[in-house]
Unconditional design. Structure first.
Length: 538
């Protein structure tokens, strides 16, 4: 039986690791609590952006979802993530949230890094050719509203204390504070600490409970890696002299700093000073923030009235697998890395978008459970890529030797002068350039991100809001034999001329493509991905 610790502190590799990704769940009953007080389809642990997106997607698809969160309050406006990249905005667009979020932040069309080097997101082939500077709390607020509307049951002030799984599902013991915010009362007993104890059971569980994941520890997964930087300081401040760009980043000999505008008069400032290294427990003050900002930018922009200052350290870690039986890891529970590039929250949201539709397809009985193995196959390499990319940026920022600083300067100059190199960098950081593995012999577009195609009925990402596959085929394509009511596939036509046929997954990636009519190939693709013999007409 796999058990968790109350504290949920991160593992450093001391646990044994199951033999394979879909390891046979533990079926023992020793120590099992009384009959579950609630049975649901999916239990999501952790109400950050990753958990909220996962829960909202599954509930919108018609599943019963319970989301538990250790915090007693729902959302705090004091959060670390600041950047929403283009690919994440596309995923939010597929859920009808992107335009509202864009109105709450500040778009940055030029990203200054390492002095003269500039990344230009306006070159991105996306409806969102910029980096949106918006607080994580704004993302969470929109996602929580969507999840509640879809019918997710929330349990705040609730902590996982034990986890068991068998061939049919996952059983979790939780303790809930007596005055916690809960949608319904499912408590069964009073714990020694004064809280309420309950047992929940679900077909699947998603652990999105952060770097100190209780779920990850409960299934015995290690979290190998190391601390890459300590004594990073973040602050939200007002500026008497606003900078010319809504987002700036620079590194000098002994310090680096970033500065981003929330668009409402508040600015997020973050940085590090090699000569001022303190433990996380030491409070940070405005004078410290002013100091590293002046070192990096030559000015502190008259910062004043901080509403929040925090000191923390940053790790580089990744779980070897994102699945153990019926338990999945996503977001910081699966991977953490330096804040360089602003890819943390974005990568977690992409995890959620990849996993949620697959869980739904299996729960509905449309797809075999083997589909869930593709979550590991597709997202684990992306987590590794993000660790390496953000690690390279932070190591350049921390460069100490003359040779390393020369390399940083040379790299900045190359990015500034060689446009294809800069475009590749911004596509990787934004997520637009990330693709998934495709079977040998597939069309070259298979596994690629689908652009927001213009359709006769609107846009592709509007069509994806139904949470289904979208089949885009030339006008005049006949409906395939065996067409059903279109419960799983929307059939649409491109607005312009074209002969290519695309089957696009609910997460906006191309599952199958053909440059000429191929009814048999399409039937096979539909059977493999949706379990449906054909799509319905638009």
């Amino acid at each position: 039986m796999a058990r968790s610790s109350n504290g949920g502190s991160s593992s450093t590799g001391t646990h044994s690791t199951p033999a394979d990704t879909a390891a046979t769940p533990d079926t023992s009953t020793a120590g099992r609590a009384s009959a579950p007080s609630e049975v649901t389809d999916v239990l999501v642990v952790g109400a950050g952006p990753t958990g909220l997106l996962t829960a909202g997607d599954l509930a919108a698809a018609g599943h019963e979802v319970v989301l538990v969160e250790r915090r007693e309050e729902s959302i705090s406006n004091l959060s670390r993530a600041l950047v929403v990249h283009a690919r994440t905005l596309e995923q939010l667009d597929a859920r009808g949230l992107a335009d509202e979020l864009a109105g709450l932040g500040a778009p940055a069309e030029r990203l200054g890094i390492f002095g003269r080097a500039v990344l230009d997101p306006t070159t991105l082939p996306s409806r969102f050719p910029y980096v949106l500077i918006a607080g994580q709390f704004e993302v969470e607020r929109l996602l929580e509203r969507r999840a509640r509307k879809a019918g997710v049951t929330f349990r705040y002030g609730t902590e996982v204390t034990d986890l068991r799984q068998d061939d049919e599902g996952v059983e979790v013991d939780v303790t809930t504070e007596a005055d916690a915010d809960m949608d319904t009362d499912v408590t069964t007993a009073t714990s020694k600490a004064g809280g309420k104890a309950a047992t929940l059971r679900a077909s699947y569980l998603v652990g999105s409970d952060g770097v100190h994941s209780t779920v990850r520890e409960a299934v015995g997964l290690p979290f190998p890696g190391r601390s890459v930087i300590r004594s990073i300081v973040l602050a939200d401040v007002r500026l008497a002299e606003p900078p010319s760009s809504p987002f700036m980043f620079n590194a000098v000999d002994d310090a680096f700093a970033l500065l981003g505008s929330f668009g409402d008069g508040w600015y997020r400032v973050g940085g590090w000073d090699r000569n001022h290294q303190l433990p996380d427990s030491e409070p940070a003050g405005l004078d410290e923030v002013r100091s590293f900002t002046r070192q990096a930018f030559g000015s502190d922009f008259g910062m004043h009235d901080p509403r929040w200052i925090s000191r923390f350290h940053s790790d580089e870690r990744q779980a070897p697998r994102y699945r153990v039986g019926r338990v999945f890891l996503a977001g910081d529970a699966a991977h953490v890395h330096s804040p360089a590039g602003g890819m943390g929250m974005n990568t977690g949201l992409q995890d959620a978008a990849n996993l949620s539709w697959k869980l739904s397809a299996v729960l509905h009985g449309h797809s075999p459970a083997a589909l869930l193995d593709t979550y590991q196959q597709e997202r684990h390499p992306v987590g590794t890529l993000v660790l390496r990319s953000s690690g390279a940026i932070i190591r350049l920022a921390l460069a100490r030797s003359a040779a390393a600083r020369a390399l940083r300067s040379a790299g900045a100059e190359l990015i500034d002068r060689i446009r294809p190199l800069a475009d590749r960098a911004v596509r990787t950081i934004s997520g637009i350039g990330i693709s998934y593995p495709a079977p040998r012999g597939s069309h070259s577009l298979t596994g690629k991100r689908a652009p927001d195609l213009a359709l006769t009925s609107g846009r592709l990402y509007e069509a994806l809001r139904e949470g289904k596959f979208v089949l885009v085929s030339p006008e005049g394509t006949s409906t395939l034999p065996g067409t059903t009511a279109g419960e799983r596939v929307v059939h649409a036509h491109p607005a312009g001329a074209g002969r290519r046929t695309l089957l696009i997954r609910p997460d906006g990636y191309i599952a199958w493509a053909s440059d000429k009519p191929d009814p048999e190939g399409l039937r096979r693709a539909l059977a493999r991905w949706t379990g449906s013999p054909a799509a319905s007409p638009a």
